[in-house]
Structure formats: structure tokens, C-alpha cells
Design a protein around this ligand. Structure first.
Ligand SMILES: Cc1ncc(COP(=O)(O)O)c(C=O)c1O
Length: 378
């Protein structure tokens, strides 16, 4: 079945008693036991809640996983995955990484004896060179935030397999609709479901999918032990959002391609990062492995003063953090989303004072282009 169809089906058959076509919101903390030593299958909502489970089993199906898990945010999901490691373990991580993930790794889990090497994971040779005797995993963003580099997952997966490393893929920017990391050899996929999965800038959520049932059991043990689970209302919103994933992604990508071309031709835009453009270094690789290029664009303007002008003058496109929703958003990574990346690394990567990141929404594309035009050429 096509993923777009599979996505619409999520939660559809959950309520066999009434036949409700959407999963009910089970707003309950606990469940009555039918008798001593008996359970309905649900005991307490941290351990399992039917609304959350509809989302968890749905996302597992979309990703071809053994099981899925839903958390209170993308960061909570990533933090739970780090519980698979112990003091002294080392992880290789995408250097062009979401700033919050970098902060969690270095400033939180660094305190507990985990160490991290940041490498360009679009360069598999660099990943291989970073392997140490204590390395236990490679953590990649499939399409990186904010510079949109694409990792060769099958090659990294082969490397991980031969070195007995777990491969964890943050697939937030692509979603299962465009790329299924587990099909390409990853062991675990993780998503900020706040973004394209929920898709409406109205909820904060995280999900994880796991290929191996035994590993999934350990992930479940950690989910239940830590308790950073997604509440039923937010699980319902995320499920509702996923139903339109295919149609939203199609429209957002269509808009992104046109906007990236328009930006590339504009005299005040000096550089455009969008993997759908044929001159992007990972364009061909992405064409091989992904059903699309996503709807995130980063671009550089010719002068820093233009950054503030664009952020203040766009009317349809909101100056706000986050991405992936139906509304277009623009942000300034150096100050907003990537402030926690060490300044020297930021400078080396190209996250500088003329770089903007645009999350393209589902609005009419001509309106979006006109909004950018009047902000750039007032
Ligand atoms: C690629 C990526 N991963 C993880 C996160 C964290 O997700 P959340 O904000 O839902 O905690 C983000 C947030 O922007 C992100 O862009």
C-alpha cells in the first residue's frame, strides 16, 4: 500500500465497538481491572494508552518497524534513545545537527560519561574514520538541519553492521512519506513529530520506530520507566495530522522547488541550499534513496542587514522557530535554532549571520513568492 494511503488509515479501525473512524481520545490516567491479576491490556496511561497506541502502531506501520513509541517531544524521544548507552560509550553524530540535540548530547548526557564526535555524515569515509573502540552508535539526521546535507544511509548502515554499531536516523525533515530509514538499514528512526508528522504547528511531540522486536522491548522499558510519554490529546492531534501527510508533503515540496528556483535567480540571494536543485552536492544521491527532497530551504543574503529586513517584513511567512507545518515559517539559525552549536563549528559549517532557514508551507506559491519579493525589495 502507498504510504499516503497507509497514513490516512491510521487509527481508523481502532474502535471496533462503535466503528468510530477516528481513534477516541482516552483521557484517562488509569484503567479498572476486571479482577485480581486481570487486565484489559491497559493498566495505567504512562505504560499504555489506547489513543497513544493508535499513533504508535500507525507510525510503526508507516516506517516498516516492529514497534513505535510516542513521547512528549522530539527531544524527549532522542533523550530516551540515549538511555540505550552507558558511561564510557561514544557516538558518532552528524555535525550539522539541530542545536537542541547538540545541547542534549554535550551538556546533558556528557555529564553522564557519554562522548560524541561530530562529523559530516554525508561523507561516509569521515564516519568510518571517527570509529573508536568505545563507539556504540552512529546518529544521523537523514537531511540535516539547517544546511540540508543528505547521508548515504545504506553505506553508513553497512559500516555500522560490520562494526556492530547501532544506526539511529533522525528523519524529521523527510518523514516516512519520502524516506523510510529502516528500509535503508537503520535500526531506529526518530522524529520530532511536532514538524511534518503532526503538521499544523499546534502540538509538540516525538516518535521513535524500532526495527528489531527485542531492541523495541528495551526502548519500551525506558519509555515506561522515564515516563516522558505523549498525552492522549496530543497523540490524537498527531494522528489526525498524519492522515494528511502525503498531500501536505506533495504541496509543500512543489512550493519549495519553485521558491528555491526563484531565490536562486534573485540578485540579493547569494546562495541557496535545497537538495531538489540539480547543483546541490547530494541531489543525485537523494534521488536514488528518497521519494522527494522535502520542503526546507536555507539561503544566504548579500548583507546581514537584509536578514532583519526579511524577518520583519514578511507578512504571510511568520518569523518563528519550528518547521514542517502548513504555515510557512522563517528563522535565523545562528541566533534561534542553532545557538547551542559551538561558534567555531557554526562558522565552519556555514551557519552564519547571513543565513536564513525557510520552512515552506501549503499556501499558494505565488503568494509566498510575492511575500518574499516585497520583503527583499521593499
Ligand atoms: C531535526 C530535529 N530533530 C529533533 C528536534 C527536536 O524536536 P522537538 O522540538 O519536538 O523537541 C528538532 C526540533 O526542531 C529538529 O529539527
Amino acid at each position: 500500500m502507498n504510504i499516503a494511503t497507509e497514513a490516512v488509515q491510521i487509527g481508523l479501525e481502532w474502535d471496533t465497538r462503535t466503528g468510530a473512524v477516528t481513534v477516541p481520545i482516552y483521557q484517562t490516567a488509569t484503567f479498572r481491572h476486571p479482577g485480581l491479576g486481570q487486565s484489559t491490556g491497559y493498566d495505567y496511561s504512562r505504560s499504555g494508552n489506547p489513543t497513544r497506541q493508535a499513533l504508535e502502531s500507525g507510525i510503526a506501520r508507516l516506517d516498516g518497524a516492529a514497534r513505535g513509541f510516542a513521547y512528549s517531544s522530539g527531544m524527549a524521544a532522542i533523550a530516551n534513545l540515549l538511555l540505550l548507552f552507558k558511561s564510557g560509550d561514544h557516538l558518532i553524530v552528524t555535525e550539522d545537527l539541530y542545536g537542541g540535540t547538540c545541547r542534549l548530547f554535550d551538556k546533558v548526557f556528557g555529564q553522564f560519561g557519554l562522548s560524541f564526535s561530530y562529523v559530516d555524515t554525508s561523507d561516509t569515509i569521515a564516519v568510518a574514520a571517527a570509529i573508536q573502540p568505545s563507539t556504540k552508535a552512529v546518529f544521523v539526521e537523514t537531511l540535516t538541519n539547517p544546511l540540508l546535507k543528505f547521508a548515504d544511509l545504506p553505506a553508513i548502515a553497512a559500516l555500522c553492521k560490520s562494526n556492530n554499531l547501532l544506526l539511529i536516523a533522525d528523519n524529521t525533515f523527510l518523514t516516512p512519506y519520502l524516506l523510510r530509514p529502516l528500509d535503508l538499514g537503520a535500526d531506529i528512526a526518530v522524529y520530532s513529530a511536532t514538524k511534518y508528522l503532526a503538521g499544523h504547528n499546534d502540538t509538540v511531540a516525538g516518535v521513535v520506530t524500532v526495527k528489531d522486536p527485542q531492541l523495541a522491548e528495551t526502548v519500551y522499558f525506558h519509555q515506561n520507566s522515564v515516563g516522558a510519554v505523549l498525552g492522549p490529546q496530543d497523540a490524537w492531534l498527531t494522528t489526525r495530522g498524519i492522515k494528511t501527510l502525503g498531500i501536505r508533503m506533495d504541496r509543500q515540496q512543489e512550493n519549495a522547488v519553485r521558491i528555491a528556483r526563484w531565490l536562486a535567480a534573485h540578485p540579493r540571494i547569494t546562495r541557496v541550499y535545497y537538495p531538489g536543485l540539480a547543483n546541490h552536492p547530494d541531489h543525485a544521491l537523494m534521488k536514488r534513496d528518497s521519494r522527494g527532497f522535502g520542503a526546507m530551504i536555507a539561503f544566504e543574503v548579500d548583507k546581514h542587514e537584509l536578514v532583519e529586513q526579511i524577518l520583519l517584513k514578511t507578512k504571510l511567512i511568520s518569523f518563528a522557530e519550528s518547521l514542517g507545518g502548513v504555515e510557512s515559517l522563517i528563522t535565523f539559525p545562528e541566533v534561534q535554532t542553532h545557538a547551542d552549536i559551538p561558534p567555531d563549528l557554526r562558522a565552519r559549517l556555514g551557519i552564519n549571520d547571513v543565513l536564513l532557514r525557510l520552512s515552506v508551507g501549503i499556501e499558494d506559491c505565488d503568494d509566498l513568492i510575492e511575500d518574499l519579493r516585497q520583503a527583499i525589495e521593499p
